[in-house]
Each structure stands twice: as C-alpha cells, then as structure tokens.
Design a binder for this molecule. Structure first.
Ligand code: ADP
Ligand code: ZN
Length: 719
C-alpha cells in the first residue's frame, strides 16, 4: 500500500503530491483526509493523505506516523477545496490549511494537545465511611466527606493529605479531559418575534430560493430572526453555521447566542488561544454541538448535515481573505449551501451593491425590515460643514459637536466618537521644505504615536523614535492631521471631568483587552468611547445617545471604486450605535464634502436611494455588478525588472482577452511595501471561464520566474 501526501512546501508553486510507502503496522490507521508525518529532504513534515494506492514500490520512503485518529478533512471539504482553488487560482494545500484551526493544520510539529485535569474519587464507599467514623485525622476525613458528594479536582486539596489517602487505598487519582472554555450556566432568554420580524421570518422559511438577502436597518432584530431560523433547523436535526465579522464577535453577541442555545454551540475566532480553538473545533468533530458562530474560516466547520448558513453584515470586507489563499467565505457558503441543500441567509443594513442588485433581479429572495425593534426610533443625523468650522479655527471639533457632548455629559448619557485613524497625527511634514516623513521600507507615511514617542508604519510595523527634525533639511517637523490618540487628548483638555476610553488596534492587541473596553463602557465606567471603525459594528450600548464622526472623508478619499459604498456603510453602522433604547439618538457627521451623496443619503437611513445613485455610477464606469474584476499583482525587489515582467504579462493578457478591458500595469496604491515594489494589472470582464483560463496560463508561465512573485485576486475587496 502507498499513499499520496500533500505537503506545504512552497505555496507560490502549483501543488504536487508525494507518494510514500505504508508499513504494515500503520495500514489499519490509514484513511484519506488524515495527517501523516513523513520524511522530506532532511526534515520530518506533516501532510494530508489525499489518495490510497494498491500495490507497492520498494524504493519509496515510508510514512513515519499517522497523526489523526479520524479524518480531519472529510470528503466534502476535500472536494470543496479543489473548487475554491480553481475559482481563486490558489494552492490546494493553502486552502486545506485555511480550513483548519491551528493545532489541526499540517505543520512541522503539532504541539497542541487535549488538556487533562487530575481528579480524585472514592475507591470504596463503605471503607471510606468506616474511616470517617473511626479516624482522628481531621484533614483526611474532610476530603473523604467532600468526595462522597462527588469527584473533585485534585488541585483543590493539599497534596500531602491526598497522598496519605491514596496510600491507604481509600481514594484514587484519575485524569479527565477538559475543554479550555468553560461555560457558566446562563438564564435562558428567548424573545418572541414582533409582527414585522414574524413576517420576515415566514417569508424566509417559505422562500423557494437558495439565497435570501435580509435587508434590515440596524436594531431591527436581524439577530433575533437568525436565532429563530436556527431553532427551526435544529428541530429538523440539522446543523447551523453563522458567520459574523471578526470584530463583531464580542461577548455581547456570544452571550446572546449562549443564552438562547445553551451549550449547543461552538465559537471560533482569532481572540481564542490555540488550545481554546483546538477544543472548540473538536466539539464540532465529535458532534457535541450543532451550531457554530465564528469569523470567516468558520464557514469550513466540519459539519455533515448543514441546514442553514447565515452571514451577518454580509457587506463586510472581512469575508474575503486579503492574503493567500484569497477565498471569499460568502462564495464558499454558496458552494456548501448547494451541497447540503441548505439555505444561505445574507443579512445587512447596507448590503453590497452587488448583492442588492442580485436580490432586485430576483436571484436572491429580498426580505426587508424597515423598523427598529422595541419601537426605538432611528437617530437624527446632522451633517456639519467643516470648511466653515475651519474658518472659525475649529480643526477637530465643530461647535455643534462640542455643545452636544457637553449636554450628554450633563445628562449622564454616553457618547461615541469615531475617528478612522489610530495614533496621534496622520503624518509629519517639514515646515521648511515640505518633506513628508515616510517608511524606509514602504511608500507610506509614518504616523506619530505620542504614548510611545514613536513614528510607526501601519503596514510593515517599522518604528523609529520621533526626533522632530527633518532628515533632509534639518527643519522642524509638524504634526499634520489627527488620530484617536490626539482626539482623546483634546477631549480630556476640553472636558477634564469626563472619563474616556480608547479602542483601536493599539489598545486592543492584548488578549481580552477588546472585551474589557466594551464591558467597561457597557457598565458606564466611562462617558466617551473614542475609536476607529472597530467601534462601529454590532455593539449595543443602551445609554449612548450621541455619536460623532470626526472626519467622514477618510474613506471617501481612498482610491477604491467602493469608497462611496464603504463610506455609506460606515456612517450607517456607526449611526446605528446611537439611541438603541428608549432615548432618541443623535449623530453628528463632520465632513469637507457636504455635497457627496453617500454622506448626504446616510442622513435619512435610505439605503434604497443610495443604491439608486451608486448603481448609476457603477454602470457608467463598468464596475461590478456590471463587470467582474480580477487583479494580477506583480511584486519584485528590482524596480526595473518588475515593471518589465509586468508589461510582458499585461501584453499577454491583452492579446488573449480582446473582448475584455485590461488596465495597467500601474503602480499599485501601495507601490512599495517591505522593500518590494508592486504593480497591478486590472481586468474588468464578463467572460468568467475565458478569463480564468488565461489567468491559469499566466500562472504557469510565471511559476518558475524567480525575479517576480505574482498573485491573483479575483473580485478583490478593495483596490
Ligand atoms: P440587528 O441584528 O438587526 O441590529 P438585534 O437583533 O440586535 O438587531 O436587535 C436590536 C435590539 O432589540 C436587541 O437589544 C434585541 O434584544 C432587541 N430586540 C429585537 N427584537 C426583539 C423582540 N422581538 N423582542 C424583544 N427585544 C427585541
Ligand atoms: Zn513600512
């Protein structure tokens, strides 16, 4: 017997499997989808068994060890991987690795194991009772009495006393596996759907379509509907997957699910330790849970009888992985939905233009929820023209925003301020020569961080201490623009009595710090929460009645055809944080672009109108949904060589795809990162098959070209 094994060696090259001999003693353990340890060059590596062959060959190397007791990649996932690979031009091995949490990936050595805990139990009840009634050893008696009530953990007792009892043969020690995340028992908390929610629910259940778009304003109760839908699926004995953006996986949403479904749920997100992930995943493999809630990669949960896949905030760009393998979890959900005959629900207050267009055309069932639950009204939105404020020397805060902050502080209500830039300043510029301080590795401006006194690159992590002097002319550097740190500082100056919290990557990098900030704010230990778009999603703080957007133009100015859509999303999402209970909420949006339709239309929470405007622009410029987009990203260390190779690729593609639009090569929006130069070739197309074939040809052509590295991005989430 021999097996074909897939090993991760070079993910930029096409996949190749290697054949190994299976020694007799391992034959019974072999099956497709398990990991094995094999010799490779001078190392020992783990790989996945993809195929079992009869017959044998003497000169093959042997497998060293079979790692898994059961297949960790089942038939469905093995096949799914192949489809994803073909659709996205990535490697099979990288997709299989992406499907699995750390601890289940094939790697040089797996070091995550089950966690075992030592327990104590009584050996013989009668003997124990006898000892209790006759012995004078008080401590020993106490332990026996406790253990008579049930087994207990070893660590609760003194080591010495336990040992004497074990020596006497009265108690014994044993090991029990324990999950790293322990759930406290929660009070069950189930809401009845209101009449609008009920109507939406029925429409979804009765729909004959495979995909449903649930377009409900923030706070309309989409989450309540998801839970009701999952209830139905559980009644049929089936399983459910619910995806949420990483950042919304807050304790709030997790406890709502746990209150509703008790322990029937496994939660997967990047905030878990490797061991915790390993345990949560095993609950699924062992069929101990029927529901998974998680970020992008939870779409690969190894369920075998899926009844529904829900994607909350479907417009979120986190569903597309922005590094290799560049898969889109929503497309994976569609594939799995088909295989399992399960409905896929896309939910959002602000769907992507593409999804909404498909729903309007009838490819998806369109279900709307236009009212907030609990009769809470949508907040009032005011747009403030910052060009006028600037004349009054108001650089960061408008008069109106300051007045409202003061008012809410007086009323003991809470405030959220959004500023989409972390750090202190946006960039540093020399007052003498105008030189802007940039990262030496990337073509990106450095951001000043006051707390650490460092200038940092937000792309590669480069940091240098801030000298305040221009490297070119020795002039003094001036801090331009502002980030979260600066806004917090200014607020503290203006409102010295107000308690503030800041939430951005810098304050949430430690495990648990994200939750800690949310809990503090929820418990009203602070009045003002200042943060990047991290604060815009999914949070529910009943006391927040004012949301201020310090600068609505940050996203608008990005060179991205979705910049209007992303601006509208962000403004709606962050507005959705205001006035979620009985108190009316207010939103103040500061901008230099008062004419922009995305900013203006977010005022009336009128997604439909925004869609009507945006779809016209997409049509005029031949952007999705009128075309598909593929990106060829060429990177290389040598500027000249990289552009030459990019030109060659572009002409090849142009020649082959005469009907489609091929743009570039152009300098990518981030032209140099980590000392690698990047060029982009963009294809706007309709012929899916044809383009895929040509891209595959390009892939083969450049595979052995060591001068450059080529990556493909099908339907990129931004460019
Ligand atoms: P969405 O997911 O659309 O933003 P949620 O499901 O989070 O909306 O609902 C918003 C708030 O209203 C939550 O606090 C939720 O508990 C409450 N809510 C929603 N529907 C109901 C209902 N039918 N009965 C009671 N409370 C509800
Ligand atoms: Zn850098």
């Amino acid at each position: 017997m021999t097996v074909d094994v897939l090993i991760e060696i070079n993910i930029n090259k096409k996949d190749k499997t290697f054949t190994y001999f299976v020694p007799d003693n391992l034959k019974k353990d072999i099956s497709v989808g398990k990991r094995v340890l094999v010799p490779f060059n001078k190392q020992e590596l783990e790989g996945f068994i993809l195929k079992i062959n009869k017959g044998t060959s003497e000169d093959l190397k042997s497998i060293i060890k079979v790692i898994d007791e059961d297949s960790i990649l089942n038939e469905e996932l093995l096949l799914l991987g192949k489809t994803i690979c073909e659709d996205n031009l990535c490697n099979l091995v990288s997709i299989y690795q992406a499907m699995l949490p750390k601890g289940y990936k094939a790697s040089k050595k797996s070091n995550v194991k089950e966690k075992y805990v030592n327990y104590l139990s009584i050996v013989d009840e009668e003997k124990a009772l006898n000892f209790i009634s006759t012995s004078k050893a008080k401590k020993q008696v106490l332990i026996l009495e406790e253990l008579l009530g049930g087994d207990k953990e070893l660590k609760e007792f003194s080591y010495q006393t336990v040992n004497s009892l074990i020596e006497k043969g009265l108690i014994r020690k044993y090991q029990k596996e324990e999950y790293r995340i322990k759930d406290e028992v929660r009070e069950k908390n189930v809401h009845k759907l209101n009449e609008y929610q009920k109507e939406a629910f029925n429409k979804i259940i009765e729909s004959k379509k495979d995909i449903v778009l649930l377009n409900g304003v923030t706070g309309s109760g989409k989450t309540e509907i998801y839970m009701a839908l999952i209830d139905e699926v559980l009644k049929e004995g089936k399983e459910a997957i619910m995806l949420v953006p990483e950042i919304s996986l807050t304790p709030q949403i997790i406890s709502r699910f746990k209150e509703h479904f008790d322990e029937n749920i496994s939660v997967l997100h990047s905030g878990l330790s490797t061991g915790e992930k390993f345990d949560e995943y095993r609950k699924i493999l062992r069929k101990e849970v029927k529901i998974v809630v998680g970020a992008r990669s939870a779409v690969f949960a190894p369920f075998t009888n899926i009844g529904i896949i829900i994607i909350d905030e479907e417009h979120s760009n986190t569903y597309k992985q922005d590094h290799n393998p560049r898969y889109n979890a929503i497309e994976v959900a569609f594939l799995r939905g088909k295989t399992h005959n399960a409905k896929v629900i896309l939910g959002s207050a602000t769907p992507t233009i593409e999804s909404y267009a498909r729903a309007k055309k009838g490819y998806y069932e369109l279900v709307k929820l236009e009212k907030r639950a609990n009769n809470a009204s949508l907040p009032i939105v005011n747009i403030v023209d910052m060009t006028k404020e600037l004349k009054k020397k108001n650089r960061i805060f408008s008069d109106e925003l300051l007045l409202n902050i003061e008012d809410r502080l007086n009323k003991k209500e809470q405030i959220i301020l959004l500023i989409n830039k972390r750090g202190y300043s946006s960039y540093l510029m020399c007052e003498e020569c105008g030189e802007v301080l940039k990262c030496p590795n990337c073509d990106i401006t450095l951001t000043y961080h006051k707390s650490s006194g460092m200038n940092r690159c937000h792309y590669c992590g480069y940091a240098e201490s801030n000298k305040g002097i221009c490297k070119k002319c020795n002039g003094s550097m001036r801090l331009m623009g502002y980030g979260t740190e600066r806004v917090e500082e200014e607020i503290k100056k203006l409102f010295p009595l107000a308690k503030t919290l800041r939430m951005d990557i810098d304050t949430t990098s430690r495990k648990g710090s994200h939750e800690a900030i949310i809990n503090k704010f929820y418990n009203h230990e602070a009045d003002i929460l200042i943060g990047t778009q991290m604060i815009a999603k999914g949070l529910d703080f009943p006391l927040v009645t004012l949301v201020g957007v310090i600068n609505a133009d940050t996203i608008l100015n990005l060179p991205d055809f979705r910049s209007n859509e992303k601006t509208y999303d962000l403004l709606s999402q962050v507005s959705g944080r205001a006035g979620r209970s009985d108190k009316l909420g207010k939103v103040i949006i500061q901008t230099f672009n008062t004419d922009n339709y995305a900013i203006n239309l977010s005022k009336n929470h009128d997604y439909e109108k925004f869609y009507d405007e945006e779809i016209k622009v997409r049509k005029r410029l031949y952007y999705p949904p009128y075309s598909f987009i593929a990106l060829i990203k060429v990177g290389g260390k040598d500027f000249k060589e990289t552009i030459n190779e990019s030109n060659k690729i572009a002409s090849y593609v142009r020649n082959k795809l005469r009907k489609e639009i091929v743009l570039g090569p152009s300098v990518s929006s981030l032209s140099k990162i980590n000392n690698i130069y990047y060029f982009e070739i963009i294809i706007k197309y309709r012929g899916k098959e044809e383009v895929r074939n040509v891209l595959n040809e390009v892939r083969s052509l450049v595979e052995n070209n060591n001068k450059i590295k080529v990556e493909f991005d099908i339907n990129p989430s931004s460019f």
